[in-house]
Design a protein around this ligand. Structure first.
Ligand code: SF4
Length: 126
């Protein structure tokens, strides 16, 4: 196991019981992503080797291959997605969720600045 893999694994373990503020539910970031393997997943933060070891996440990814459906909305109706969203609403996410979307006083993970004609138009931090 690499040094970075170990430190992410430890950070996820340490955050497991931390209170959640899910960015995918409060609109501060997109509510899904598509991997280069064709899986629709709840967000790009989850596409890590650490997260892939969690059985519930693996089941969601298995049920979410874009080639198996006509629309992305169909994927969101699968039991694994319904359970994931219900769990999030009750404060329970995947391991990485409790690290990335831990309730914090200030933004920590992402800053997006939009420029127009070379001048800052707006900045969003999550
Ligand atoms: S890490 Fe989890 S809770 Fe946060 S945006 Fe991604 S899926 Fe949602």
């Amino acid at each position: 196991m690499s040094k970075s893999h170990k430190s992410i694994t430890k950070a996820v373990e340490d955050s497991r019981n931390d209170e959640l503020e899910p960015k995918c539910l409060n609109g501060s970031q997109e509510a899904f992503a598509i991997t280069n393997r064709g899986e629709v997943i709840p967000c790009c933060w989850l596409d890590t080797s650490v997260q892939k070891k969690e059985v519930d996440y693996g089941m969601l990814a298995l049920a979410s291959h874009i080639d198996d459906y006509d629309t992305i909305e169909e994927i969101f109706l699968q039991d694994e997605w319904v359970e994931f969203r219900n769990n999030l609403k009750q404060g329970k996410g995947f391991g990485i969720c409790h690290l990335v979307c831990k309730k914090r006083d200030s933004p920590q993970h992402k800053r997006m600045t939009v420029l127009s004609n070379g001048k800052e138009k707006w900045t969003k931090e999550t």
